[in-house]
Ligand binder design. Structure first.
Ligand code: 5GP
Ligand code: ZN
Length: 116
């Protein structure tokens, strides 16, 4: 598994810094975003350090996305949103601040829930 010693998400994967983990297997980790835009805001990441969609391999993309419906369902059961956005920023110009590929899962609760 390729890790980057300077990457905050690689540190979370290696349990060097704590996070509220909601799903983990050999390839994928899902944990609560430290800054909750909406209740249950979750990040889903591959354990392989690949910085953005342009570095993401098809194998990593497949194993990652395969877990997303399960994680979304767990968020739905736990937080009871009425909708959910999936957001992925690639490159500084697109708003990416952590350069380890990640998807934001944003449970939605209607107008005034903090996003959009
Ligand atoms: P981006 O802006 O790159 O799409 O999203 C990066 C996200 O990572 C932000 O929403 C930010 O709140 C989150 N984040 C940054 N550092 C940490 C951290 O140490 N722990 C957790 N759980 N989330 C983090
Ligand atoms: Zn990383």
């Amino acid at each position: 598994m390729k890790h980057d010693p300077n990457c905050i998400f690689c540190k979370i994967i290696q349990k060097e810094i704590p996070a509220a983990i909601i799903f983990e297997d050999d390839d994928v980790l899902a944990f609560m975003d430290i800054s909750q835009v909406t209740k249950g805001h979750t990040l889903v990441i591959p354990k392989q350090h690949q910085k953005d969609i342009f570095e993401l391999t098809t194998e990593t993309a497949a194993s990652l996305y395969q877990k997303v419906p399960l994680i979304a369902q767990a968020l739905k059961d736990t937080f009871e949103p009425i909708g959910l956005n999936i957001v992925n920023n690639n490159g500084e110009a697109a708003g990416q601040t952590v350069f380890h590929y990640h998807m934001h899962l944003l449970p939605r609760y209607g107008k005034g829930d903090g996003f959009g």
